[in-house]
Ligand binder design. Sequence first.
Ligand SMILES: [Zn+2]
Length: 252
Amino acid sequence: MTDLAELLQAADRIVAFTGAGISTESGIPDFRSPGGVWTRYDPREFTFDRYVESADVRRKSWAMREELFAHRPAPNAAHRALARLEEAGRLSAVVTQNIDGLHQDAGSRTVIEIHGTMREVECIGLRPAYGTPDGCGFRQGTEWVFARLAAGEDDPRCPECGGIIKSATISFGQMMPAQAMDDAVQQAQDADLLLTIGSSLQVYPAADIPLIAKDAGARLAIVNREPTPLDGFADVVVHGSAGEILGAAVVS
Ligand SMILES: [Zn+2]
């Protein structure tokens, strides 16, 4: 089996595909692990439709966001290794399932966030239907909401149109953003190495991205703590710490 460092050396159009596992090493707990956010907040309450219907769900959602923002994690060695590869002109894009913004903090510039970002909020309109935001285009940093909450509002509304404000993340029951998925597929088709890091590769359609790259002729490398359903398709599989593995394999 080829070594990960060798594959990285031989590639010059690397596309990284990252999931929760790359951020756990920055101290962001898996939401479903003991003490994680989803053990205290019921995920079934946070569907897109429930969010639209219920001011109470929106209040709980903002309380959860404030909790998540209370400890600001820093990017780790794996995030930094990807930023270095892009800086060296050998990585075209990071496609991420994460909403934490840590790739940008590490210096990555081309980041495709297929599940959106918790760093921003957006207007989704007065009565969006079919899991599809229908806002006026108003978008702000999430701190904008926190300031409104601190000023005494409990369900901040869009100052432009009065619409519902929601974190710019993709909720349960919300349509995937077509543009981000199109961009991710395009990057995967153009890659010569698809490097997945910290993704269980079980959430579709996102988990199709590595196979799209493989079908288009790219090599596939998988770095994850646990085995994934795609391990058998990969040219290299490394099980372990993303920070240690990437830190050692990316020396440039
Ligand atoms: Zn609006």
